[in-house]
Design a binder for this molecule. Structure first.
Ligand code: PNS
Length: 160
């Protein structure tokens, strides 16, 4: 079975990677679809986010990294894939996730959203928490792989 794991991944964290690794074990093919939304003020460019995902998932043979813009339902159709994966960290995620899953199914009745419960080590973790800590010169090494940490440092120094 082929699945899509969509998100902003700004940047990818250990929480995302935990979901990706578990998906790679359960499903034949996993498409990580990064939203390329010009309106949303992302910290990392789409190319940086894609590169970081490629670097951190290169040990997984059945994982493909791609980007999309516009509606996820349209992208799903283009990729001929109707199963979406989303991670659930806490009850607070549920309302937004439910809304998105129902909206996607309203657009395309074939779309199913499967929720994967986060590893308890990462329930508090999000890309925005990582960005916030990094902007205040905090240590993010326990939240993201080294390549993400290094890229974040370069970004904050203005080197990229
Ligand atoms: O990591 P995120 O930011 O929680 O991911 C949200 C994402 C990218 C999955 C969601 O915003 C999305 O699918 N955006 C594309 C537009 C769309 O199709 N929205 C769902 C119907 S309301």
């Amino acid at each position: 079975m082929k699945v899509i794991y969509p998100g902003s991944f700004d940047p990818v964290t250990y929480g995302h990677l935990d979901i990706i690794e578990r998906c790679a074990k359960k499903f034949d093919h996993v498409i990580i679809a990064v939203l390329n939304n010009v309106a949303k003020n992302a910290a990392f460019s789409i190319d940086e986010r894609l590169w970081l995902l490629k670097e951190t998932t290169k040990h997984l043979d059945n994982v493909e990294i791609d980007s999309f813009s516009g509606l996820l339902a349209d992208y799903a159709k283009e990729k001929n894939c109707t199963t979406m994966i989303r991670g659930l960290r806490a009850v607070s995620d549920f309302e937004y996730e439910m809304q998105m899953a129902l909206a996607n199914r309203k657009i395309n009745n074939d779309i199913e959203t499967l929720f994967m419960v986060s590893n308890s080590d990462y329930v508090y973790l999000s890309s925005s928490i990582v960005r916030e800590i990094a902007y205040h010169n905090g240590d993010i090494s326990c939240f993201v792989p080294k390549v993400v940490e290094d890229t974040m440092k370069k970004k904050l120094k203005g080197d990229i």
